[in-house]
Design a protein around this ligand. Structure first.
Ligand SMILES: Nc1ncnc2c1ncn2[C@@H]1O[C@H](COP(=O)(O)OP(=O)(O)OP(=O)(O)O)[C@@H](O)[C@H]1O
Ligand code: SF4
Ligand SMILES: [Mg+2]
Length: 362
């Protein structure tokens, strides 16, 4: 008998983006204390909702706070990191959980059963002296009363779901597996307790292009089968376009634009998202208007006054130096799911044809 509960794609599609958010994040901040006693605001007031069955991609340059946001949501920050704000998880049974208020057993339960994270850098997530079987059994025994056989069955089923052969993988040490296999084992392990939310931090970085492809295909398949919601962190815009329903761009610790895949990649209204898109060469066709974003991200310890993007922004005016604009709805498009934090969003346009087969309607 199957030990893994599956959700049909039609059920998931119906759930996506509707009703009450599964995860509701309001004014979420994280600061790190540095060795010298100074503090760095790595996440500066993030508002984000994740709906049941939905996949949200977090994109942005290195150091903008993507990993910190993921770690903070799961209460996995290092000791010198401090989170504040409101993060509510709405369990299927109607219970509302205040994540920042959890401790002890409730926190452990939340971390695996409600939400799990696949960390940046697959090798570091394993204990090198333990075989994969021990990793699977330890995880399950810490959180369930499953028998040995039940654990074997569930681990085997999940490994097959991520296209691995359990008889080979369970008896291997992490170093005996390829990078792509380790990444898929991590995905299987993170799903052992059937979490409702999976946060994946750069799951394909450091993998060759064909291995990346197989990990992306596996993610598509398991999400289709199990119906969990996903926050997908990546530098890679093409992966975000492929795996996400909605995209959020982060800059200097804030979300500065969010919208459906179609809006974000073909109608970006924040100059930074526009810059990220123009910096990526299209896979087919000519290179119409490729350009890079001048300068580099600001130091989080010394942010520029006003809009933090203003020193790099070709749309900037004097007014942009006065205050950091809030994230507000784009009002000249149908619907209200597209938001940008830019006072000159009406002037920002990317002239590209939207392919008719691109998913996501918003
Ligand atoms: N343990 C820490 N102590 C102090 N500062 C930290 C710590 N971890 C991260 N930071 C700082 O917080 C900011 C955000 O880092 P984070 O790792 O979240 O960025 P990121 O967007 O995930 O980058 P990347 O794409 O390179 O993984 C950076 O400026 C970083 O230097
Ligand atoms: S508010 Fe001004 S500086 Fe900031 S992104 Fe918009 S145009 Fe550029
Ligand atoms: Mg990171």
């Amino acid at each position: 008998m199957s030990t893994v509960t599956t959700t049909s794609s039609s059920t998931r599609a119906k759930r996506g983006g509707e009703g009450k958010p599964l995860l509701s994040i309001r004014d979420f901040k994280v600061e790190y204390r540095t060795g010298s006693g100074a503090t760095v605001q790595a996440v500066r007031g993030v508002d984000l909702d994740l709906f049941p069955g939905e996949s949200v991609a977090l994109v942005g340059e290195s150091g903008c706070g993507k990993t910190t946001l993921g770690l903070g949501l799961l209460r996995l920050l290092p000791r010198l990191g401090h989170a504040s704000g409101q993060v509510t998880f709405n369990r299927g049974d109607g219970t509302e959980i205040d994540i920042l208020g959890l401790d002890g057993r409730d926190l452990r339960q939340f971390r695996w059963r409600d939400a799990a994270m696949v960390f940046q850098g697959a090798m570091n997530a394993f204990n090198p002296v333990l075989k994969i079987r021990a990793h699977m059994h330890d995880t399950m025994r810490a959180h369930t009363k499953f028998t040995k056989q039940e654990i074997e069955d569930r681990a085997g089923e999940l490994l097959r779901l991520v296209r691995l052969e359990p008889s080979r993988v369970m008896d291997s040490y992490p170093h005996e597996l390829s990078g792509g296999m380790r990444q898929r084992v991590l995905i299987a392990m993170s799903l052992l307790l059937e979490p409702e939310v999976l946060i994946l931090d750069e799951p394909t970085t450091a993998l060759d292009i064909l291995t990346q492809r197989s990990v992306v295909d596996v993610l598509h398949e398991v999400r289709e089968r199990l119906g969990f919601s996903m926050i997908f962190i990546s530098h890679d815009l093409s992966l975000a376009a492929e795996l996400a329903d909605r995209v959020a761009t982060m800059y200097a610790g804030r979300i500065i634009e969010t919208g459906g895949v179609r809006d974000m990649f073909y109608r970006p209204r924040h100059p930074y998202t526009l810059g990220l898109i123009k910096a990526v060469p299209p896979i087919v066709g000519d290179l119409p208007d490729m350009e890079s974003i001048p300068g580099g991200p600001p130091s989080l310890a010394a942010l520029p006054p006003g809009c933090t993007f203003n020193p790099r922004c070709k749309y900037a005016t004097e007014e942009c130096k006065e205050e950091d604009p809030p994230l507000l709805p784009i009002t000249d498009e149908p619907g209200d799911a597209h938001e940008a934090a830019c006072i000159h969003w009406k002037d920002v346009h990317l002239q590209r044809e939207v392919p008719s087969d691109l998913g996501n309607a918003s």
